[in-house]
Design a protein around this ligand. Structure first.
Ligand code: APR
Length: 242
């Protein structure tokens, strides 16, 4: 278990893209579906099998921390078995042509494993644990489980470093500032049901906007590519690079 800064290092020296070259991608569970990870709200998705209120709220943590830990421990061990897919790699490849900022709602590490340079996790990281007594104390735990006995260096129990329903989203203001600057804004594999993340689409008011999703939930004011993430991103790449 290794202590890590709660924020990505690149925020200290953010990139300065040339005019017209900032591509911001808002990714959701759909981008990792082709890797074999379940989405939340599709039929057969995680929220059909588990109750949000029992595993993903601060109240759940107070009531039954063991169940909450088990839920995230399972997610983490599943993550260890899967690989990034073509969609994650295309976002990396687009860095040859654009400054690509990825704002992800996902707690998996597949963008990092695909090599993307600038990744901001709105809803936290599965591969990290956080102190319940001091939110600055964050630890890289890889794909290992968190147990009820685990403690931070100040003696507080550890929790998953994820944002639960009803909690603040501390990365949102930074995400919002990138969305507002975007020249191209691409949503990949998100039902856009969860706020404030979904609000970023509105914030990207300067951008040419795309939504890549086989079952898109938004059609107004956005160019829809109704396809799975990998095929959709191939198509986007062809559109952008002409
Ligand atoms: N490629 C692209 N999109 C896909 C694919 C695929 N292969 N398969 C499914 N999808 C789409 C679905 O059509 C849906 O629109 O992915 C979307 C998944 O939506 P959700 O399950 O709601 O996931 P997401 O939008 O990321 O959820 C947001 O909700 O529960 C919370 O914190 C959790 O970050 C998550 C947030």
């Amino acid at each position: 278990m290794r202590r890590v800064p709660p924020w990505p290092a690149w925020l200290k020296s953010p990139p300065t893209p040339p005019p017209g070259k900032l591509l911001v991608a808002l990714t959701g569970a759909g981008i990792s579906a082709e890797s074999g990870l379940s989405t939340f709200r599709d039929s057969g998705g995680l929220w059909e099998k588990y109750s949000i209120y029992e595993v993903a709220t601060p109240e759940a943590w107070l009531r039954n921390p063991e169940l909450v830990l088990r839920f995230y421990n399972e997610r983490r061990s599943q993550l260890a078995q899967v690989q990034p897919n073509r969609a994650h790699y295309i976002l990396k490849e687009l860095e040859e042509h654009f400054t690509v900022i990825i704002i992800t709602q996902n707690v998996d590490d597949l963008h990092e494993r695909a090599g993307s340079t600038y990744v901001l996790h709105l809803h936290g990281h599965l591969t990290r644990a956080r102190s319940t007594g001091d939110e600055e104390l964050v630890y890289e735990i890889g794909y290992n489980s968190i147990t009820l006995q685990d403690r931070c260096e100040r003696g507080y129990p550890l929790r998953p470093d994820v944002v639960w329903f009803g909690e603040a989203v501390p990365a949102y203001p930074i995400a919002e500032s990138w969305a507002r600057r975007a020249d191209i804004f691409v949503v990949v594999g998100s039902s856009l049901q969860v706020y404030p993340a979904a609000g970023l689409v509105e914030e990207a008011y300067r951008a040419r906007k795309f939504l890549i999703d086989p079952r898109p939930t938004l059609t107004e004011g956005i160019e829809v590519i109704a396809a799975p993430a990998s095929a959709g991103l191939e198509r986007l790449k062809a559109i952008l690079l002409g």
